[in-house]
Design a protein around this ligand. Structure first.
Ligand code: N0T
Length: 523
């Protein structure tokens, strides 16, 4: 319907990011959108490997492909631009009915310049590297070199201008300038240029953001001065790149983070120093106003680690977008945990059939079998993607992911209703304590449609609803199974009897329920 309306007015609206009163939405084709994505492996950005990307994305049921565009492929010689792969990708994505998130692998790709063209990465004089305090030179470009910023920014602006001219269909919905920026093996640059900057005053914007009094970096930040300084300069650099790109074509832009451990972070340099780690989010907000959000790359399968990262990146001033996550089956249920934080999207990494696996971060080899649990989770949300997206943007969405050792959990839905999500139960009857699933594969998603009406789906879980008030008991008015088609509810059947007497039981079937609840007095 949106496409038809837009066709009438001639042009589709440019995807945009909206943030108001601490709520966020990615607006695609005029309405909130959830990125149910898959990220290709790093080197799949050529026509041949791309053939092995689409079948995996289709198997996954993803609506979006995240894929790298390398500076080395679009500007192999200085000033000579080649967007043939970009054009091929756009055409292929449309043919496969996928949106795109483009990842600009340039000055920083996992801290290094390996994706920069040879004329950049081999010219240390013109494009200097980070120098450690002991004089050792690192494979990470310095954020202090104007020459590097000018070159990267120019190429990125050309890419965005190209999209403006060649993507009236709005196939590309977001862009990620750089990838996991920051420096490994050192806390900051100690080159003469950097040393001089370090002796200067902390910028006003940062002082204001943090409520600090003026001074040098050391005076204001003490032991954290080096990392904060490096983060400021990297963020500022990326902001300049993003700003130049947006001036050509204003797509939403984000920066992804190689995380530090949420509980045992270690020292900057052991993790990517100067990247948007959880301790540097405010620095990035102050330094990079043209960046719409800071996105975690979550390769931590353990429940408390995963959910703590979600909590730290989902903020009133930062929309949650899981830019990358592991593609091992145990990660699939975390889609619902991300949506509980009103996430705008969630993208497992390594979702293509090229013969590579990033085990132990993900599976050794992506196959239909390893994709299956992700496929189920995506299919469940896809039954009402726009409705769930709208609910997330209005704070009406609740999601749970199974936590090992916690076989059931009760959550508050609104003033009138609570829900209990239990795992490992049969679909018929059962008294006593739920055992939990043998593997933590369960999850549920509940959107509030009205005070007594909810959209409910789940996998490997039993959802029961209870009135919050004393002296009242639940009676279902309707438990309609169906799905949304172009924004309209398509009714399939009404659940009753065995299907509702023991809660709403979800397996690996793709089922969406629109539930209208009522109560009767028990006293
Ligand atoms: C990711 C990916 C790709 C808990 C790894 C993760 C992608 C990049 N890096 O396959 O390289 O381009 O963004 C780094 C995780 C470090 C280890 C964390 C252990």
């Amino acid at each position: 319907a949106a496409a038809a309306a837009d066709a009438g007015s001639g042009e589709r609206p440019i995807p945009r990011f909206e943030s108001r009163d601490g709520r966020h939405a990615l607006i695609v084709d005029g309405a909130p959108f959830l990125v149910l994505g898959g990220q290709a492996h790093n080197s799949s950005n050529y026509p041949e490997p791309l053939k092995q990307v689409w079948p995996a994305l289709d198997e996954l049921g993803a609506n979006t492909l995240s894929i790298s565009i390398a500076w080395e492929q679009v500007e192999p010689e200085e000033g000579r631009f080649d967007f043939s792969f970009v054009d091929h990708l756009l055409e292929q994505a449309r043919a496969h009915d996928k949106r795109l998130i483009l990842l600009w692998f340039a000055t920083w790709k996992n801290n290094g310049p390996n994706y920069a063209p040879a004329w950049v990465k081999l010219d240390n004089d013109r494009f200097p590297r980070v120098v450690r305090e002991d004089g050792v030179v690192l494979n990470s470009l310095s954020p202090h070199a104007q020459s590097t910023l000018d070159a990267d920014r120019r190429a990125f602006a050309r890419l965005m201008a190209h999209l403006r001219e060649h993507d009236r269909e709005r196939t590309v919905i977001m862009v990620q300038p750089q990838n996991e920026p920051g420096t490994y093996g050192g806390v900051r640059d100690y080159s003469p240029l950097a040393r001089q900057a370090f002796e200067g005053q902390v910028p006003q914007a940062l002082l204001e953001r943090l409520g600090k009094r003026p001074g040098t970096w050391r005076e204001v930040f003490g032991a954290d001065a080096d990392e904060t300084f490096h983060a400021w300069h990297i963020a500022r650099y990326i902001n300049e790149v993003a700003k130049a790109g947006k001036a050509e074509y204003p797509l939403p832009m984000y920066v992804n983070a190689a995380l530090r451990g949420p509980f045992n972070p270690g020292q900057p340099g052991q993790y990517a120093s100067g990247g948007p780690t959880d301790n540097m989010l405010d620095v990035y907000k102050a330094a990079a106003p043209d960046i719409d959000l800071l996105a975690p790359d979550i390769y931590m399968p353990e429940y408390l680690h995963y959910t703590t990262v979600l909590e730290r990146y989902a903020r009133p001033d930062n929309a949650l977008f899981v830019a990358e996550t592991g593609n091992a089956p145990e990660y699939a249920r975390y889609l619902f945990a991300a949506l509980d934080h009103d996430g705008i999207g969630w993208v497992p990494f390594g979702m293509d059939y090229t013969p590579y696996g990033n085990w132990p971060l993900g599976v050794k080899r992506t196959t239909p079998g390893t994709i299956a649990p992700f496929r189920l989770a995506f299919a469940l949300v896809n039954q009402g993607m726009r409705e769930f997206a709208k609910a997330a943007s209005e704070g009406r969405l609740h999601g749970v992911a199974e936590q090992p050792g916690v076989p059931e959990r009760t959550i508050r839905l609104n003033a009138r209703w609570n829900a209990t999500i239990a795992y490992g139960l049969p679909h018929f009857w059962f008294q006593g304590q739920a055992p939990g699933n043998p593997e933590p594969v369960g999850g549920a998603l509940i959107a509030e449609l009205g005070p007594d009406e909810f959209l409910v789906t789940g996998m490997h879980a039993r959802v029961t609803l209870q009135p919050a008030a004393e002296g009242e008991a639940l009676i279902y008015e309707r438990v309609e199974e169906g799905r949304y088609v172009d924004g309209r509810w398509e009714f399939h059947r009404n659940w009753n009897g065995d299907q509702t007497d023991y809660g709403l039981n979800f397996s690996d079937a793709v089922q969406l329920l629109r539930v209208r609840l009522a109560t009767y007095r028990t006293t």
